[in-house]
Design a protein around this ligand. Structure first.
Ligand code: GRF
Length: 220
């Protein structure tokens, strides 16, 4: 069975959705450890409750990104790990880290990438008057929030949406699409050949879409 680590920094609701998906048999892999960049991350309690080993790697003041990431690599490489899942890990990873795990790092970002990379995505989507918003599961490459997008959940923005209400609906969708993509990866349905991402042997020219509780595959 494949193993993965989940990297977190905070609340851990995506971590919980992944744990639930494993318990429910929707993900057929195991979490070898949850690694947090913060000792006070609530997600650590969720890991503890699920009997998953918890590891805290807090940044030492003055420590460089490279030094932190090397400590992270050392820890991860000591575990049985086939791939890495970022779930609210609030650190930018170094190129060295990313190159150490080529095409083996998944992330979820709360926007319809390439729109709204970075922080405060819901506020920015509302300010921009977007009619659609959502979340994206993507592979991590050396550029922030820029790797191949596998699946996006699309949410309609309501006239009376606040940052909070929108964030809540997007988060609910995150909890559906992240376990889905993790299982695709586990089953070997997502494969890179010559830097091109394939899904079920079809080159993925655009992201798959999760809309109105349905999966829409891009046209071949
Ligand atoms: C989510 O909004 C996710 O898209 C982003 O960080 C947040 C993590 O939330 N990358 P949680 O810790 O999983 O509740």
């Amino acid at each position: 069975m494949k193993s993965f680590v989940v990297l977190i920094s905070g609340r851990g609701s995506n971590l919980q959705a992944i744990i639930d998906a494993i318990d429910g048999g929707q993900i057929t892999a195991r979490i070898s450890a949850v690694i947090s960049s913060r000792a006070d991350a609530r997600g650590l309690e969720l890991a503890r409750a699920a009997n998953i080993p918890q590891i805290v790697i807090a940044a030492v003041p003055g420590q460089s990104r490279d030094a932190y990431d090397r400590a992270l690599i050392k820890q991860i490489d000591a575990l049985p790990v086939d791939f890495i899942v970022l779930a609210g890990f609030m650190r930018i990873l170094s190129t060295e880290f990313i190159n150490h795990y080529p095409q083996q790092i998944l992330n979820i970002h709360p926007s319809l990438l390439p729109e709204f990379k970075g922080l405060h995505t819901h506020r920015r989507a509302l300010a921009a008057g977007c009619k659609k918003h959502g979340a994206s599961v993507h592979f991590v490459n050396a550029e922030l929030d820029s790797g191949d997008v596998v699946l996006q959940a699309e949410i309609a923005v309501q006239a009376d949406d606040t940052e909070r209400s929108l964030a809540q609906r997007v988060l609910q969708a995150e909890h559906v699409i992240y376990p889905m993509v993790i299982q695709w990866y586990v089953e070997g349905r997502l494969v890179f050949k010559n830097h091109q991402l394939f899904f079920d042997n079809q080159a993925l020219a655009a992201a798959c879409l999760w809309k109105n509780q349905q999966l829409v595959l891009p046209q071949a």
